[in-house]
Design a protein around this ligand. Structure first.
Ligand code: NAP
Ligand code: ZN
Ligand code: ZN
Length: 347
């Protein structure tokens, strides 16, 4: 039987989120129905709900950092059982046949993966995300959450965690590597924890000194404020890898100047406006500029297992759904320590 789930809905780019409902289908043969316990607030939810990016179809239920418990499974499901702790991230399906899907890079599916929200599902209906009490997802796109982390701390790993883990692994962050993370918000703080756990020497580049103590507690070896011009002198040519999580305009040239010869700056923050740079900044020191988007299912499970084995989760502030709009304002003001997670029982 289809069920009606409680949810929080954005009706238009300009309207605050409001309580509502969403219809969830009965799980198909290979599908899992999940009782959502926690949903993280990713900055991408805000970009989407507020129409910063083109192509949003309203009304919309956002949320792609989902942690919960399996409450029903279709008859052919073998990967998950009722009662399992599970998570869902940014996409819930893909073509499974293209070269990228076969390589475990489903987030880059050549036929376009089906996003957890703001997509059309295989049933032809708009997909609706994690700001709701339940969701139905194909078993192959559902991740297992090991016992080592609470569901609240695990939820943000499904987007923020994998978005940082993937470039850290793909660009070999580890012992002997100097890694900088620009912006210590939801993505940034999980990146600090994961990069430190991988053995890299981690530096946080934040706008101010306000988060210094926290950064060092989470595993950073150093911390500098980008508002201080001396930072760019002290750290010139210093890093092997820089990951930029900022969703606003940054001075790309100034940050590129911090890379060592052959170093790479990976853009994961997604500002709505184009950035500019001088190509000289790449030519000098043979620097690389790259981007990265989430991670595939296999790597996401690897990340969850890695984090759980080390007891690593996000630093979360759990809020009731009634505080979502206020939380959005605090994220926009860089006043989040370090991820808001919504208690799904309050939707
Ligand atoms: P967040 O929690 O808001 O963190 C962003 C951080 O950037 C802030 O906490 C702040 O850190 C810094 N910052 C904010 N405004 C700034 C400014 N004007 N100048 C310099 N620094 C600034 O956001 P998030 O959830 O981590 O997401 C960050 C970005 O990544 C968003 O654009 C989001 O859409 C994108 N994203 C991308 C992917 C992907 O797959 N590529 C996945 C998820 C999210 P400090 O206070 O430390 O400076
Ligand atoms: Zn996200
Ligand atoms: Zn594909």
């Amino acid at each position: 039987m289809p069920t009606t789930a409680r949810a929080y809905v954005a009706d238009s780019a300009g309207s605050p989120l409001r309580p509502g409902t969403v219809e969830r289908r009965e799980p198909g043969d290979f599908e899992v129905q999940i009782a959502i316990r926690f949903a993280g607030i990713c900055h991408s939810d805000i970009h989407t709900a507020r129409g910063d990016w083109a192509g949003v179809s309203y009304p919309i239920v956002v949320g792609h950092e989902i942690a919960g418990i399996v409450e029903a499974v279709g008859p052919m499901v073998t990967r998950h059982s009722v009662g399992d702790r599970v998570g869902v991230g940014c996409f819930i399906d893909s073509c499974r046949e293209c070269a990228n899907c076969r390589d475990g890079e489903e987030q880059h599916c050549l036929a376009e993966s089906i996003r957890t929200y703001n997509s059309v599902g295989r049933d032809g209906l708009p997909t609706a995300g994690g700001y709701s009490t339940s969701i139905v997802v194909d078993e192959n796109y559902v991740l297992g959450i090991p016992d080592g982390i609470s569901l609240a701390a695990a939820a943000p790993l499904l987007c923020a965690g994998i978005t940082m883990y993937s470039p850290l692994r793909n660009w070999d962050a580890g012992p002997g590597k100097r890694v900088a993370i620009i912006g210590m918000g939801g993505l940034g703080h999980t990146g600090v924890k994961i990069a430190a756990a991988l053995g890299a020497e981690v530096t946080v580049l934040s706008q101010s000194l306000k988060k210094q103590e926290d950064a060092l507690r989470l595993g950073a070896a150093a911390y500098h404020a980008t508002s201080d011009p001396a930072t760019f002198e002290i750290l010139a040519g210093h890093f092997d890898l820089i990951i930029n999580t900022v969703s606003a305009d940054i001075d790309v040239d100034a940050h590129l100047s911090l890379l060592a010869v052959g170093g790479t700056m990976v853009m994961v923050g997604l500002p709505s406006k184009p950035l500019t740079l001088r190509t000289w900044m790449l030519a000098g020191f043979r620097r690389n500029l790259a981007g990265s988007k989430m991670g595939g299912i296999r790597q996401t499970q690897e990340m969850l297992d890695f984090c759980a084995a080390r007891g690593l989760g996000a630093e979360v502030e759990v809020i009731p759904a009634s505080q979502i709009n206020e939380a959005y304002e605090r994220v926009l003001a860089s006043d989040v320590r370090y991820r808001f997670v919504i208690d799904a029982s309050t939707f």
